[in-house]
Design a protein around this ligand. Structure first.
Ligand SMILES: *Cc1c(COP(=O)(O)O)cnc(C)c1O
Length: 726
């Protein structure tokens, strides 16, 4: 193994006494440790906002005089020393969940592959839910002490930034990522050459430079092709997330799967287990097979080894959403591979060939992943069942129930999404070590000990904070001079921080039915404008730039937002990202979700809401079908599914209005005479926090991945090596 030089490329003029702030800025640990984030922010709160919560940009821009003041501030230094001690202790743990549970497996590394990672709003290498799940998976793996390494892309442009025009049309703006602004670790070999890997594409070789990102104790390896070694086209390979150009897309997926495997090798990793988060990285299985055949295994032996050590998670509940390529294109890109595997063209294509509805054929990435992994899962109970049906054709001899796809329901990384003030309450009433027991359902019973008045005070604070956030954004946009007054009204300046507030924020896609709540405008008007019991709704979310129906949906919602009869109580916030998601899930009272069943594979934003005491009001799909217990939120409709979509929509809308009018609104506005608090609401809130936080945490989720998928995979590999020795 050659020597690897790891270097922080950024330099800061920090005084010696606090120079370790640079290390803190280069590890995302701070992003889920609110006291650390707060220490950085309070150096210069306005500059922190202007730097978009990016500590690298921030530390570079702080006035040197401010630093000089800080190193004379005993209060600040005390805080700095305490946080650095915590950080250092975290980075060199005595023991962790993993080291206690699996002391013999510390050398069995798990490689995690994903197209996108949502780690923080200052790192725009994510588009939405899949990315946030990957980011949360890494953070939790760090907390649990898992020997895990992530692989992904460093994009040139972040996912687009969204602006809504006066007439409700989504405009997409590309924002170039400035690498110098990111907390990247640059990697060099012993000759001080940047470490690169290459993959073969038709008629040429493409190179990618490697970087690392520190996610607590876990490393994320990122690849990037915008380097002089590549021709201008290939330099754009890692420009964007989710391009719709199929040749670009297949090239990206070759780089992710095949390049990612080579990147791990180049950096000295030798994982025991490979986890493919969605099918985008499935070419990984072919590269691993090729490597084993090159080492002298037969094709069948190689395939068997690859299967035993591969884990595949599918997230897509509909065939149309799956990733596939025309056969001719796969031929163009892989014709040199099948001889290396000892296969002919037909044998190769058969691995992942599927029939399309119109009779044609395609090469399916999820099929490739499913066939070359022995460990497969969907992301909720319902989605597991849907996946079994969807892929039944791969196991035609088995009854649907025995199709070997299990499920592990998604969760969220608690401390990333929890409001700081609630963390203080949890610490006081659940115990100082509550954070080490997040998946312990017993512990959460102690939520009952939190005095109602304290919990309610924090909740009111969080809603005021959300309203202040909206007003500040609206004022900035207004001052910048580019908006019409109606856009200012639409962005939340008329909201009442004490009225019942509903949040609906997610990617815009027609099946998510953002307009379900608008089905009967007159009825909604009566609900929203009730002078004694007003209701407000905040919408946010991006539509994929090529999804025209979803953009029309945004426009429809925006038309109602602008309707003066609603009095500014309907709001659309543009440019949804992780920062806004935090304000919303923490600040609103009710989290609304209205997908068409069974299209919501899991959903996670409602889980973020729940741990903050925000109540879910959702269709019984995805995670909510498992989470809802009758007393911890509300259901829209029941579990029956109508074949007639219009009828289903009508029934769901009816149910939504009924529950809103008869249960949710009265509950929120009914105060106990004893203390003037909405006692029944608070009771429901506590029930929600208690029952949902432990079960829908990544603590539960990552442990489950370890115990139910990674461990059996490791064990099946061990059996192999025993046989080999014998
Ligand atoms: C959590 C999150 C999502 C995913 O939410 P869903 O409920 O799964 O739709 C998408 N985007 C952002 C910015 C998020 O924080």
């Amino acid at each position: 193994m050659e020597k690897i030089i790891r270097e922080i490329p950024n330099t800061f003029d920090l005084p010696y006494r606090i120079k370790k702030l640079a290390d803190l800025a280069h590890n995302l640990w701070w992003a889920w440790n609110p006291e650390a984030a707060r220490m950085i922010k309070e150096i210069d709160p306005l500059l922190w906002e202007r730097s978009h919560h990016n500590p690298v940009v921030f530390l570079r821009s702080v006035d040197p005089a401010t630093y000089e003041t800080l190193i004379k501030d005993r209060y600040f230094l005390g805080r700095y020393d305490r946080i650095m001690r915590e950080f250092n202790a975290y980075m060199k743990p005595v023991d962790t969940w993993f080291s206690r549970a699996y002391p013999n497996l510390l050398d069995d590394e798990i490689a995690y592959f994903s197209f996108e990672y949502g780690l923080h709003e200052s790192l725009m290498v994510y588009a939405g839910g899949l990315g946030v799940l990957s980011g949360d998976h890494l953070k939790e793996s760090s907390d649990l002490g898992m020997p895990l390494v992530g692989v992904g892309f460093l994009y040139t442009y972040g996912y687009f930034s969204q602006r809504i025009t006066e007439d409700g049309w989504q405009e997409a703006r590309n924002v170039q990522i400035v690498y110098d602004d990111l907390p990247l670790i640059a990697l060099y070999d012993e000759n001080r050459e940047p470490i690169k890997i290459s993959v073969e594409l038709p008629g040429r070789t493409v190179y990618a430079r490697l970087y690392e990102l520190n996610v607590g104790r876990v490393k994320l390896v990122l690849m990037q092709t915008n380097i002089p070694e590549n021709n201008p086209n290939d330099r754009q390979l890692t420009d964007r997330l989710y391009t719709s150009d199929p040749e670009l897309r297949i090239s990206q997926e070759i780089l992710l799967g095949i390049g990612g495997f080579r990147a791990l090798k180049a950096l000295g990793h030798n994982p025991s287990i490979y986890h493919m988060n969605e099918g985008h990285s499935a070419f990984l299985t072919l590269e691993r097979t090729r490597e084993l055949v090159r080492q002298g295994k037969t094709f069948d032996e190689a395939i068997d080894l690859v299967k035993r050590s591969s884990v595949f998670t599918t997230h897509t509940p509909v065939p149309a959403g799956n990733d596939e390529f025309p056969i001719w294109m796969v031929e163009k890109y892989f014709a040199n591979l099948w001889p290396q595997l000892g296969l002919n063209r037909e044998q190769f294509m058969d691995i992942a060939r599927i029939k399309q509805d119109w009779g044609g054929e395609a090469f399916s990435m999820p099929k490739l992943a499913l066939k070359l992994s022995n460990f497969r899962n969907g992301v909720s109970k319902i989605h597991g069942q849907v996946s079994k049906q969807m892929w039944h054709e791969l196991w035609p001899d088995k009854p649907v129930d025995e199709v070997p796809i299990t499920y592990i329901t998604n969760g969220v990384h608690t401390r990333t999404w929890l409001a700081r003030r609630l963390a203080i309450l949890y610490r006081r009433y659940l115990g100082a070590d509550w954070y080490d027991h997040i998946d312990d359902e017993e512990m959460w019973q102690r939520v009952d000990l939190i005095p109602d008045a304290d919990l309610w005070r924090v909740r009111r604070h969080l809603k005021r904070k959300l309203v202040a956030y909206m007003v500040n954004r609206a004022r900035d946009a207004w001052q910048a001079g580019s908006v019409h007054p109606v856009q200012t009204v639409a962005s939340g300046v008329l909201l009442d921080p004490y009225a019942l507030t509903i949040g609906f924020a997610r990617r815009f896609a027609t099946y998510k039915r953002a307009n379900l709540v608008l089905t009967d405008v007159d009825r909604l008007l009566r609900i929203v404008t009730n002078p004694r019991k007003p209701v407000q709704i905040v919408f946010a979310g991006k539509a994929h730039p090529s999804d025209e129906p979803a953009k029309l949906l945004i426009q429809e919602v925006y038309r109602h937002v602008k309707d003066a009869r609603f009095g500014g109580r309907l709001v659309f916030l543009d440019d949804y990202d992780m920062d806004m998601a935090r304000y919303l899930v923490q600040g609103v009272d009710v989290w609304l979700n209205t997908p068409r069943r069974p299209r919501e594979a899991s959903g996670t934003s409602g889980q973020k809401a729940a741990l903050n005491g925000t109540l879910n009001f959702s269709v019984l799909d995805g995670w909510w079908a498992e989470g809802y217990n009758g007393a911890n939120g509300w259901a829209i409709g029941d579990s029956t599914v109508s074949d007639n979509q219009d009828e289903q929509d009508k029934a769901d809308a009816e149910s939504l209005y009924d529950t809103l009018e008869n249960e949710i609104v009265p509950l929120y506005y009914t105060m106990r005479s004893a203390d003037g608090l909405p006692g029944d609401w608070i009771e429901r809130m506590k029930e929600s926090i208690k029952t949902l936080t432990p079960r829908f945490s990544t603590t539960r989720m990552v442990k489950q991945y370890m115990n139910e998928l990674y461990l059996p995979a490791i064990q099946s590999m061990e059996k192999e090596s025993v046989q080999e020795k014998a």
